[in-house]
Ligand binder design. Structure first.
Ligand SMILES: Cc1cc2nc3c(=O)[nH]c(=O)nc-3n(C[C@H](O)[C@H](O)[C@H](O)COP(=O)(O)O)c2cc1C
Length: 511
């Protein structure tokens, strides 16, 4: 199902009883976080919030803020237009079976090629609601005079009059020690300068002043690879930051697609309707016509990187400042009645847990395509995305658990996983207590662990050096003779089914 606008999505949440409206003024500095954090930590992810009167430095913003809109299994499914994410995964799984691709990359490419899936491919249009209001600024390339002193967040009187700038958008300062305001749910569009392939990634954006931002694409991400090519060739890098529109966009932007695969293809496939794309005002990148806001700009490879952060992160800790590229804004376009979408990350569980869980479910058929013995995969909330992965397998030969560990560490962003626990197919990996029980019961630590090294998440503060670290695999499956296990493996205690049924009937009668 396709949502034609973010407003359409908010109305659907409202009709489904999934939205709480907050009508009084709420400060974008910390207060929205406190409200949203309480909601995100309530059972099942609470409700989505529409903050109708956000304030920026005490001044009302013209745009409401929507937050936690994807923060529950139900809302995540609604955003994909299905009853449950399993439905979308099953559909993708049967497509893979009907036209077996040879790799994950081919599987996604298939979406754009299959004739019956023509809707997956984006469509170009001339105009769209994201251009209802257009504010252009000097381009850094044409500017000869020095940049004017930036207006200051803390002094609203310095905001340019009658002009839309980053400073009067309701952008959150999420946590007390954050280095400023951050756009937290951006879909960042970049292009490979060699192949012309588009990428859409979710990378937070720090606001430095009214016209410049920090672009936090981490070392191993696709936009960082694009960026390196612009730095190598010394050409300006166009960037577009998309906010709002169909809720499928943020989901697609976080999906761990292989480099070179357009996230708008996945989005079009999932919403069953082509994404309409319109050219930006100040460069040639294309963005969804139905977005609420588009922030356009360029990165100048001659400009030194600038410290980004600190930022209260997914890890539950602050990420300390690190140098990242600076974006100079050349235009902001938006719907007249735009809604500003946001999220907050922090101590788990937060909204991103549900986004990540949906991604794992959706891509499970593709993991299974590579590793048919995989039954299920779970990324428990405590592991904050990929720190901890539980995987159940149908084990048929010795050392198969180790094959899975190596295989997963070699698959895209699974490279960041610190701990992989492999269990047998009778274990529910979504039941952390069950997995921990098997881990404790079925392992001899001296024998069943694999310690290795590899790339680490840039956000991981525990590694001695940034972006490299150790990895631990634990084989908690039943051991086979072929694995050197010479003893008898005892049966798991289970009650006789007939006795269970009899006692159940007895209890029913006495209720
Ligand atoms: C709420 C949220 C915020 C994120 N922020 C960042 C970020 O600031 N930098 C980053 O590199 N990845 C961030 N990620 C993860 C990326 O969006 C994710 O790895 C994505 O697959 C990257 O796309 P790419 O493979 O096209 O580079 C974030 C994910 C979520 C859900």
């Amino acid at each position: 199902m396709a949502y034609e606008s973010f407003q359409d999505w908010i109305s659907a949440l409202d009709r489904a009883g999934e939205l709480k409206r907050i009508s009084g003024p709420v400060a974008t500095e910390l207060e929205i976080t406190e409200l949203a954090d309480r909601e995100m930590k309530s059972p099942g992810g609470g409700k989505a919030l529409l903050i109708e009167q956000p304030t920026v430095n005490g001044q009302p913003s013209p745009f409401p803020v929507a937050i936690n809109t994807l923060g529950s299994a139900k809302r995540m499914a609604m955003s994909l237009g299905v009853e449950s994410v399993d439905e979308a995964a099953a559909e993708l799984g049967s497509l893979m079976k009907a036209k077996p691709p040879t790799s994950f990359r081919d599987a996604i490419k298939l979406l754009g090629q299959a004739a019956e899936l023509r809707h997956a491919r984006p469509r170009r249009v001339k105009d769209g609601p994201c251009k209802e209001q257009i504010h252009r600024f000097d381009s850094p390339a044409t500017r000869t005079a020095p940049w004017p002193a930036a207006p200051d967040w803390t002094r609203p009187e310095t905001f340019p009059a009658n002009s839309q700038t980053l400073l009067n958008l309701p952008i959150l300062k999420c946590w007390p020690l954050d280095g400023g305001r951050f756009i937290t749910l951006p879909c960042v569009v970049t292009q490979d300068p060699d192949s012309g392939e588009r990428n859409v990634g979710m990378y937070r954006v720090q606001i430095y002043d009214d016209r410049t931002t920090g672009m936090h694409w981490q070392l191993q991400k696709v936009a960082a690879r694009h960026g390196r090519r612009y730095y190598e060739t010394g050409t300006r890098m166009p960037v577009a930051i998309v906010l709002g529109g169909d809720p499928i966009f943020p989901f697609a932007a976080t999906a761990p697609l292989p480099d070179g695969i357009d996230e708008f293809l996945l989005a079009g496939y999932l919403r069953k309707k082509s994404i309409e794309l319109v050219k930006c005002e100040t460069h040639d990148l294309e963005v969804p016509a139905n977005a609420d806001f588009v922030i356009e700009g360029f990165i100048d490879p001659a400009e030194p990187l600038r410290d980004e952060g600190p930022f209260g992160d997914h890890t539950g800790y602050y990420t300390l400042p690190e140098p990242y590229p600076v974006l100079h804004i050349t235009a902001i376009t938006h719907r007249t009645k735009a809604i500003y979408p946001a999220t907050v990350v922090g101590l788990p569980p937060m909204e991103d847990f549900y986004i990540g869980a949906a991604s794992v479910k959706l891509f499970l058929p593709m993991f299974k395509m590579n590793f048919p013995e995989i039954i299920d995969i779970a990324l428990p909330a405590e592991g904050v995305f990929h720190n901890l992965v539980f995987v159940s397998i149908k084990k048929t030969y010795p050392m198969q658990a180790y094959k899975i560990m190596h295989g997963l560490w070699g698959m895209g962003q699974m490279m960041f996983t610190k701990y992989i626990v492999v269990v047998d197919d009778d274990v529910d990996v979504h039941n952390t207590s069950d997995v921990l029980f098997r881990l404790c019961a079925n392992t001899d630590p001296g024998r069943d662990t694999l310690l290795t090294r590899g790339p680490a998440d840039v956000l991981d503060h525990a590694t001695s050096e940034i972006a490299i670290g150790g990895k631990l695999g634990i084989d908690a499956t039943k051991k086979l003779a072929g694995e050197g296990f010479k003893r008898a493996w005892p049966p798991l205690i289970k009650m006789d089914p007939a006795v269970k049924a009899k006692v159940e009937a007895l209890l029913q009668r006495s209720r």
